[in-house]
Design a protein around this ligand. Sequence first.
Ligand SMILES: N[C@@H](CCC(=O)N[C@@H](CS)C(=O)NCC(=O)O)C(=O)O
Length: 232
Amino acid sequence: MYKLYIANKLYSSWSLRPWVLMTEKLIPFTEQIVPLSEGSSWEQYRSFAPNGRVPCLHDGEIVVWDSLAIVEYLAERHPGIWPTDSIARAWSRSAAAEMHSGFSNLRQQCSMHCSLRIQLHQISASLQQDLDRIDELWNDGLQRFGGDFLGGNTFTAVDAFFAPIAIRVQTYGLPLSPNAAAYAQRLLGLDSVQSWITAGTQEPWTEINHEQEVLQSGTLLADYRKGSSKPK
Ligand SMILES: N[C@@H](CCC(=O)N[C@@H](CS)C(=O)NCC(=O)O)C(=O)O
């Protein structure tokens, strides 16, 4: 049985990718949540991941780290991880790779947080540039392959890579064109994504730096955590 090491569901966008993919594809695994430490989690994470980061997949003696490598490892063992059509597959791999190595403005200015709703102080030019490219990319995939998901009619790894963006769209009310916004809503409507968000909002751990970073980005509109005094 696979064991997937992840961080807090509330915050960990990298962990969400393989988790949502394995859940959607009904690949059996056990999850091990290792909450982020204040500052660095290096020491703790090094006990199971050579790069000191999550996600990390253990398959018996085999250790696979980095979300993209995990997805490719799974693609060698399970059907349906990438689209079957080779053109859709090449496009999906390109889009997932672009997400993996890009969109740093969006990542930095809108950290993932499942339970909060934030009105950003401003949408900077660099954030808008990332949003424009995501909008363009999503519209391209949806139109080119004509399905509900980016590479066609079925959820595949490329959709898993963009699931954290859909959560950010919800948290920060990020503006998108109608087709792109509808795609984000489709991702948010998946049982797997809903179950991740619910679990995140019920977690007992918080990481103060992450909380502060998110709160400093805008005005707090709501916090759906249990016991929270928000919505305001
Ligand atoms: N490129 C890596 C990035 C992994 C990553 O940065 N994970 C974060 C958690 S969301 C982490 O482990 N952070 C450890 C720390 O902050 O000390 C991947 O795709 O898996």
